[in-house]
Design a protein around this ligand. Sequence first.
Ligand SMILES: [Zn+2]
Length: 445
Amino acid sequence: MKRFPLILLMLLAAVQSFAAGFDSNFKNSTLRLDYILAGNASRQDVYLQEICRTGEWAGRRYHLDSLLLEGNAQVYVRSLEGELLYAQSFSTLFQEWLTTEEASRLNKAFECPVVIPEPKQKVKVELRLNDHHRRKAASMEFVLDPEDILIRKIDGNGLPCKILMEGGDLDSHYDIVIVAEGYTPAEEAKFFADAERLNSFLFIHNPFKEHASRFNVRAVFAPSKDAGPSQPAKGDWKNTATASNYDTFYTERYLTTSSLRKVHDIIGTVPFEQIILLVNTERYGGGGIFNNITLGTADHPFAPVVFVHEFGHSFAGLGDEYDYGEDDIEDPTYPLDTEPWEPNITTMVDFASKWQDMLPAGIQIPTEPGALMKNYDLRRIWNTLNDKQKKEINSKLGVYEGAGYRTKKLYRPVQECRMRINECEEFCPVCCRTIVRMIDFCTTK
Ligand SMILES: [Zn+2]
């Protein structure tokens, strides 16, 4: 018999005690709650369509009753007595649509699958949607009985699945799944090569690079009849595995899918915490929605950098640090009387909750860009600068005006960041801190 040193026995005891929190309330399996979110700009409703039992639970096993970021929506699992057992936050395409003109004159419905660990007992499950003032806009609660015979059992679907990166067990690692979209049966090898390439590009970026051993990445190939996504503005409709399309909300480069159930059916029982839909196209575009889905494209020259930006939204809830400059519009996403929950932008309503603790003493707020920087459109000249110049421009952490689609009264931490321009190679210190916090939150005690 092996003799364990005392320190190892103590460690094992500690592991068992923090695992007990999860194990006392949940099984090592996943329930997929297929919701429908429906309504218009003035009224929203939540409906439950179906519950499925899928594979092993890949989500976090610690901090089960807390949220690192608020998101635009949350799912809460409570005991029948009301004790919070599990919470998860995310955002949805439906809530983005609510900010469009169309939502003021039309009712629409959006699919919204949400995964939770399977409870051992009956629980109350609440899905809550917030408005852009972070107030409750809609919610729906029901009692979930894990013994319900109508919970649909989903078995492995037999689709080819490859492990691209293996940090270790599901419990203490973050699990990403890359799903094929718009690849014909003959393009299976291309998909796995594209997935490998895109994934490698993500993990040359810090802080992902430094924490690469904390991730597992799998890729699932689902064949499509046609190659490439649909392009509605060109009248080009394709028959593909997950029905993705450009021109979402009539925005040319916005590539999304409304068929999230199809995406989840393809994933089947493959463990995941974050979904990347890899779309087989040379065209520019993409999308990223917090704890929901990232869409990246395979073959546009900017595809890898756009993908990393979009993954910043999906993984760490990072907001866009760009504005529209002279084309500034009244965007309702970030009302100026509300502090956004996104960690890297601020209206200064509650700046103490943001990066105030990281600022050097005596920094001017708002921070004036240096004269050189002020006089150039950095996006246009970024690639002509050398590393020293880039570092100098970004060296001063501050509170710079222009972020969240507005030129005025929304602020960002540095001059340039991966969340502001494609040309910038790095995430700013505030984005980096958030990414590290998210990795820790999801994988450690
Ligand atoms: Zn940033």
